[in-house]
Design a protein around this ligand. Structure first.
Ligand code: MEV
Length: 295
């Protein structure tokens, strides 16, 4: 079984070498069964259309090559991780596929190696990923992530509970959104560099707020991060509307999580308020809302 993830701080700026914070979401899981077969085949428990199906086959080829396997396999993917919703479903599938195939052929893989192969797979899905998704999903621990730097894990002194709401909007592909941001970075470099620097400061403050379990501070920093995500144009009217509802119902903070333009939002508040916030989010069109506790 392999988990999903949410990014608490620093999506997009992570691609530019700024720190970002991601945590595992263990209530969402992907499970893969592998059996020997005459030719490579992939079956999924969820609907999938052509570009994604082709990417899965490409990913399987990458993994077989990395594991030095000449045989063919039938792969059955069973996952409750929503696709294109900011939960790292592609990284979760890649990591689980590497684990399942290596177990099938009795190969011991280190966690580091699994993450590095999954990073190669992520390039197939996302073009120029920072590596944050495969890292947090492989290690299943909160990470303070900086591209190409040694992984730093965050130690929480107490559990933190967030509310996660799905907008129900299937976002554009991460690849397209990351590319759009790159174009904006090239055409408006001065402002974009300024925004990414601000996001860096926010992520650094957020690390210590998370370590202390200071949910009010985390919420405040999430609001600040969201304002820069809007400025780099990865928010959307649906995201903004759900965030406004959460804040109007007493949340300390809320922001989009992942590539944006749909997908999910995360909310930080008092746990006793989550019931009402959830009710209001659902009333205003959120597709589903659930609590996730990070330890
Ligand atoms: C996607 O989960 C997070 C992005 O920052 C892309 C990346 O870091 O690879 C948008």
């Amino acid at each position: 079984m392999t988990c999903a993830k949410i990014i608490l701080f620093g999506e997009h700026s992570a691609v530019y070498g700024k720190p970002a914070i991601a945590v595992p979401v263990k209530s969402l899981q992907c499970n893969i069964k592998v059996s020997s077969s005459k030719k490579n085949r992939i079956k999924t428990s969820f609907d999938i259309c052509e570009p994604e199906n082709k990417s899965l086959m490409d990913v399987l080829q990458i993994i077989l090559k990395e594991l030095n396997q000449k045989k063919s396999f039938s792969i059955e993917i069973d996952s409750n991780i929503p696709i294109a919703a900011g939960f790292g479903s592609s990284a979760s599938i890649s990591v689980e596929m590497i684990r399942a195939i290596s177990t099938k052929v009795n190969l011991h893989m280190s966690t580091e190696k699994i993450s590095s192969i999954a990073y190669e797979c992520e390039k197939t899905f996302h073009g120029t990923p920072s590596g944050i998704d495969n890292t947090v999903i492989t290690y299943e621990k909160p990470v303070f992530f900086i591209k190409n730097k040694k992984i730093e894990f965050i130690k929480l002194t107490k559990p933190i509970t967030f509310l996660i709401a799905l907008t129900g909007i299937k976002k554009q592909s991460t690849k397209e959104i990351v590319l759009d941001v790159r174009k904006k970075y090239n055409s408006d470099n001065e402002n974009m560099a300024k925004y990414f620097n601000e996001m860096e400061n926010i992520a650094i403050f957020a690390k210590s707020a998370i370590e202390k379990g200071d949910i009010e501070k985390i919420g405040d920093l999430m609001n600040q991060n969201q304002s820069y995500l809007s400025k780099i144009s990865v928010s959307s009217p649906e995201i903004d509307r759900l965030i406004d509802i959460a804040l109007a119902t007493g949340a300390y903070g809320a922001k989009l999580s992942g590539a944006g333009r749909g997908g999910n939002i995360i909310v930080a508040g008092k746990q006793k308020d989550y019931g009402t916030i959830k009710k209001n989010l659902l009333k205003q069109g959120a597709q589903s809302v659930f609590m996730e506790t990070i330890i």
